[in-house]
Structure formats: C-alpha cells, structure tokens
Design a protein around this ligand. Sequence first.
Ligand code: ATP
Length: 545
Amino acid sequence: MKNNENKLSMDTLASLCKRRGFIFQSSEIYGGINGFWDYGPLGCELKRNVRETWWKNIVQNRENVVGLDASIIMHPKVWEASGHVGGFQDPMQTCQICKKHLRADQVWEGIKESAWFGSLVRAIEGVPDTNEVTFTGPSLLRWAIRDGKKLAPGLALVRNPQVTLSWLAEKANTTDTVNISCIDLIRHVATEQLAQTGLQTPCPHCGGPLTEPRQFNLMFETYVGAIKSEDHKTYLRPETAQGIFAQFGNVLATSRQKIPFGIAQIGKAFRNEINPRNYTFRSREFEQMELEFFVKPGTDQQWHEYWVEERMKWYQSIGLPAESLQKYVYKKEELAHYASACVDIMYNFPFGMQELEGIAARGDFDLSRHQQFSGKSMEYFNQETNEKFVPHVVEPSAGVDRIVLALLCNAYKEEWLGKDNQVLPAEPGKQPPEGFEARTVMRFHPKIAPVKVAVFPLLKNKPELVEKARGVFDTLQKWYPSFWDVAGAIGRRYRRQDEIGTPFCVTIDFDTLTNNTVTIRERDSMKQERIEISKLADKIHETLA
Ligand code: ATP
C-alpha cells in the first residue's frame, strides 16, 4: 500500500521483500543487528544480475578495462596513504538526553523528517509544509505545553517557552505575529537559545540538546594474527578503490594495457555508519562496483564527462527511467582539494533524491600518495612520446545495494485488474471496485528480474501434462533462472509470479500434447500468445538485451 502522497512506503516494500525472499534482516532470530542485511533467494539473484550487467558493460564489452579482485583486509599503510586513517571521519553529534548518535550533516534533514517537527508545523499553520507562514506566540505556547511535551520533551522551546516567545515578540516588534518558516524558527531558537542559555541544535528524536560535532572514524578495526596490539591492527576496507591503486603497477605490467585504461572491481566494503537508515540505503556492510580509469593528465575533464554519460545510460538500460534520475554537479567549494570535478547520480527514492553513484576526477592524488608511502614508482612511461607521468584517475563508484533498492522501489506497483485485463492504478487503502481484483507487480526489466520464466502444467493431476511441462522446464532452466509451479488456479500462479517480477509465464495445456505449442503470458501487458516450444528460448532471449 502507498501513503497519502502515493509514495511507496519503505515498510510496504520491506514487507514484500521479506515475504517473497528478497531481503531479510541479518541475524533476525537474535533480534537483528542494525545496519546489516541478508539477501534471500530472489534478492541474491537480483543482486547478481546488477553485478553482471555492470561487469559486462564496464569490463567485458571494453578492450581497455580489466578486472581485479583484491583482498578485503590490506596492509594498514594502504589506509594511511589513502587518508582514511585520521581522515575518514564523519563529524558526529550526540543527544545529551536520549544519547542517540547523529551525523552532523544529517541533523537538519532529520529534524525536518521528525514527528515533533511535523506536529509543530501542523499546529502552527495547519498544513504540512515549511513555507513562510504567519503564526502567533499563543499557538506556539499551546503546542509547547501539549504536543511538544509528548513528542519533543527535550526541546528548548518546550522546556523554556518564554525564551522563544520573547525572542519572537522582539522580532515581530509588535506583540504576537511574525513571518518565518518553521525550520527557520527552530534554527533561530537553537542559535538564540545557544547564545542565551547555552542550549544546542535540537535532537531529531527527542528535541534534546546535541553536543558539538565530534570526529568519528568509520573504519571497522581488526587484528591480524594472535596478538591484539596496535602493531597488528588493520581495517576492513571502507571502499574497494584502494585495492586497485595498490595493484596499479602489477596490473599495468601484466595486462599490456596503455593509458587510457581502467581497472574495475566489485566487492564488499564496510563502514561503521553512525546512522544506518532508509532500509538498505545506508548499511554498515555493503557492496561497491568501482572503476578507476587512468588517463593522461589534462584529459581529465573529457573522460569525466564521458563516464558520467556512460553511467547515466547504464542506469536507464537496467530499467530506471530518465525522469527518476538526476545529476548533482559539485560546486568548486564542495570538491575535495585534489578533485577537479565530481558528479553524483541520484535516484528519486520515496525518501528523497539520494546518491546511487559518485563519479569523481581525482587527479593523481591516490597514485601519488601510494608512491610516497610505499616508495614504489606509480609512473607510467609512454614509449611513443617518451613521456613519464603519474596518471590521473576518473572514478565512477557505485553501490550495489543502493541500486538494488532503487530497482525494487521503481518496480513496485499495485494495480486493479478487471476482466479483459483492464488495468486501473490501485487507490491507497481502498478495495478494488466490483469485478476487479488487486495485483502487486514488480515491473523489473527482464534483464534484472530474478526469475525469467515460470512453467505451469495446466492441471497437476494429469501426468501427461506434468511430464510435458517438466520437459519444457528442464530445457529452459539450462538457460535461465526458471520457476516450476503446479499449485492452484493459473490466475493465482500468475499473481505469485507478478509479485516477484517474473516477466514470462508458460502454460502447458492439452493442445501442447498434440501440436507442441504453449501459451506464453507477458507480465506487464498480460498478453497471451501461443508459440512453439522450440521458439520459447529465443523469445525470452530477445527481451534480455
Ligand atoms: P554518503 O554521502 O551517502 O555516505 P559517500 O559519498 O560517502 O556516500 P562514496 O564514498 O562515494 O559514498 O561511495 C560510493 C558509493 O558507495 C555510494 O555512491 C553508494 O552507492 C555506496 N555507499 C557508500 N556508503 C554506503 C553505505 N553506508 N551503504 C550502502 N551503500 C553505500
């Protein structure tokens, strides 16, 4: 079901994902562990398809990109050179009342999404937005002593409304009205009260004062060998990229590649995120697909533009519509000191426009640092021109789990089906009209769908149908992930496949026994067609390009 704004709720999606075996909470039998997820039978197929289309597009279909599979635990010096030891930190704030830890750059976003802020907005202006409004001191006071007490007991405005009210009165310069947006009000209250009472930015959870931002290292530490001392300390990699930089020399020496060329890697990465949230979007263990594309200094911009466009095309090729994607171009002042350009590819998730991938032109920062820390040359020698240089790099860095989540969000549809396959969009919270039935359908691109085809004998108690169907299934299964289902009416079997996004269902009936034709039904159009068994594999294959 979708909420009032017709946006998919993450609870609805998570419930389907659990029910049908896409995603489970890690260690669920022990109450789960925050920030870790397991992919079930369908989820792991979906994820595998994402990885495989990426690998095909980035490595297999290009002569100038090769692969690598580096270890997760590396020499600790790798992380000193990369700047992650000491540098890979998010400033963090802690609520002095409820003790929750928050990433400083996400606090205001959290406040805007919080229950107490929503209630304050509604109490004051009656509509749930943050536009500039006129409100009065008394309405604010009413909120503070009623809803505020329940929802945000720690909020300065609730604990000491007079400070805010006198500030408002002063700002209004008359008695009781002032034009200000709610978020600005909270911001002012925070800073004003900081000046007057020492209170800080409010906590999104309870309104309590947050500490000053403090540094927090996101790398998971571990020890290599039996002795747990500083000398034996190392880290689970927080990104796959450094394995590529550290092996640059070996790959160059063995692959006969010439600049420009790339090294690609897919693998797990670990970050001890302060606030894992939005389902799998921000996890503590996740998977990255990274390409380091090494170029001649001075050609960075042209290759950066090339890769941004390549990557945008790839997202559309796996079924994410162009209108759901956006590019965020970093402003000069937002770039890391060594980077000359960065573009994030964003997807319009139900919880907002969020990053799927970052594409950065990182100059020679990484290779130069490894050269400096290891004492090994990272230079490239161009025999034709007799030039020697440390290559620059363009890095498209994507997260498998975020892409899987975007694909799940994009695929999820609820519909009402009438006779003759008339389709109405389902209305949230309502029953379908007379003569219609509800279906949930995952409209995955066939390339991405975990199961490509389901095979049904029309009746399960007719051995000749079952045997014939089994033959079709055995053949298809050699080529595609296939599903065998004999249980229930054909309509119910279709519904079960729709819900996991299977693009094709094939039914074997009595006519099949005489003329070797079957009915193939397509998930989205629900059109049924009779075709020869020998043409089935090709028909499915056509849709996977
Ligand atoms: P964010 O700002 O969201 O923390 P980031 O900019 O630090 O992400 P990068 O270091 O650029 O992320 O990592 C590249 C990609 O790896 C991201 O675009 C994202 O798809 C994925 N990724 C990073 N952190 C996580 C995480 N905690 N959970 C899932 N995927 C992640």
